[in-house]
Structures are given as structure tokens and as C-alpha cells.
Design a protein around this ligand. Structure first.
Ligand SMILES: Cc1cc2nc3c(=O)[nH]c(=O)nc-3n(C[C@H](O)[C@H](O)[C@H](O)COP(=O)(O)O)c2cc1C
Length: 186
């Protein structure tokens, strides 16, 4: 068995090991404005309906835009957009039009008013289906009602935040362990 030497680790930093799903860009629209924020704190919570929970700080401009419009688009960027992803996270839609500032293309969605970000590998149109955890945890539960995914490459080079200014870039893929799965678990 794999044994390792361990040291005590601060509980407020466990996110560095648990967090790394892909960093996403959340686009929103409310009244005549659109906006984009960078987000790492998301989690899939159901297959069917397709539910995703997201923590959006109430300090963010996106918070009220999404709470009021009850919609957003979760966009999955690849490493080519990494600098833009960080810069989007460093400023607020209160002060900047982020589509114009970062030269991103808003494309019309089919089910929601929030725009897709054309430069991203995937775009998931979302409706807010449960706001019961917003007050306590700033946690929004969205249903993905429409999804658009690039036809190539098969494995996008997504970026995964480890905290402290460090990204992991998705790399090796393997089917070596596939035979160990019960079929219904695939
Ligand atoms: C890598 C990274 C991950 C982030 N993850 C989150 C997150 O999960 N939730 C959140 O509320 N803010 C997160 N932020 C911060 C927001 O992106 C940032 O506050 C953003 O500028 C808000 O924009 P807005 O005021 O236009 O909504 C993250 C920022 C970065 C750079």
C-alpha cells in the first residue's frame, strides 16, 4: 500500500486539494447589462435533471444579476484563455463591460437571455431552480437546460485552480481502470 509521511495541514487550505474542477466563466444578463465572473466553487449534484451548485459571493456584481434574472451560462474556458480568466476575476462588472474589455464574443443562447461566451470550449445554459441556500451559503442550484460543446479537441486543456495563484492544466487521460467499474457506474 501507498504510505506517505504527513504533516498537519490548515483546514482553511484543504480547498487546494479538493477544489480542482475546471475554472469556469459565468455569464449573466439583467435588464440591459451583461457580465462575466470567474468561478471555481461549483459542484455537480444530480445527473437528471442536470443540477450544478455554485457559490457566488454576495459581494460580486454577478450575485444580484443572477439572483434577479434567475439565469446564467456556465462557460468552460481552456488554457489559451487563462490570463483573461484571471483578469475577469480581478475586476467587477460594476466598473467594466467585461465582454468589451476582454474582447470576448457574446453569442445568443437558446433558452436563457444570458449570452454564451463564444471563445469557450463549452457553454451550459442554466436556470436557477433552487435559491434556498443563497442566503446562508451564497449557493445557487442551477439546472443545465441546454449545452453546447466544441466538437474538437476530444480532451480540452481546462484549467483547475489550486489556490495561491497556481493552476493545474488538465493533461493525461487513461482508460486503464475502466474494466474495474461496474457497468452502471460508468
Ligand atoms: C481563479 C478564480 C476563482 C474564483 N472563484 C470564485 C467563486 O467560486 N465564487 C465567487 O464568488 N468568486 C470567485 N472568484 C472571484 C470573482 O471572479 C471576482 O470577484 C469577480 O471579479 C466578480 O465579478 P463581478 O463583480 O463582475 O460579478 C474567483 C476568481 C478567480 C481569479
Amino acid at each position: 500500500m501507498l504510505r506517505t509521511t504527513k504533516t498537519e495541514f490548515p483546514v482553511d487550505k484543504v480547498r487546494r486539494l479538493l477544489e480542482p474542477g475546471p475554472i469556469v466563466l459565468v455569464s449573466s444578463a439583467h435588464k440591459n447589462a451583461t457580465n462575466i465572473m470567474t468561478m471555481g466553487w461549483h459542484m455537480v449534484i444530480e445527473f437528471q435533471p442536470s443540477l450544478v451548485s455554485c457559490v457566488i459571493s454576495s459581494a460580486n456584481h454577478s450575485f444580484e444579476m443572477i439572483r434577479r434574472s434567475r439565469q446564467c451560462v456556465i462557460n468552460v474556458p481552456t488554457v489559451e484563455l487563462a490570463s483573461t480568466v484571471v483578469k475577469i476575476g480581478n475586476c467587477s462588472g460594476r466598473d467594466v463591460d467585461k465582454f468589451a474589455e476582454f474582447d470576448l464574443t457574446p453569442a445568443p443562447a437558446t433558452q436563457v437571455r444570458a449570452p454564451l461566451i463564444d471563445e469557450c470550449y463549452a457553454n451550459f445554459e442554466c436556470e436557477l431552480v433552487d435559491a434556498s441556500q443563497v442566503k446562508k451559503y451564497n449557493m445557487f442550484i442551477f439546472e443545465v437546460v441546454q449545452a453546447h460543446v466544441a466538437t474538437a479537441p476530444k480532451y480540452p486543456r481546462t484549467i483547475h485552480y489550486r489556490g495561491n495563484g497556481e493552476f493545474m492544466i488538465s493533461g493525461e487521460n487513461t482508460r486503464r481502470y475502466r474494466k474495474l467499474f461496474r457497468p452502471e457506474m460508468l
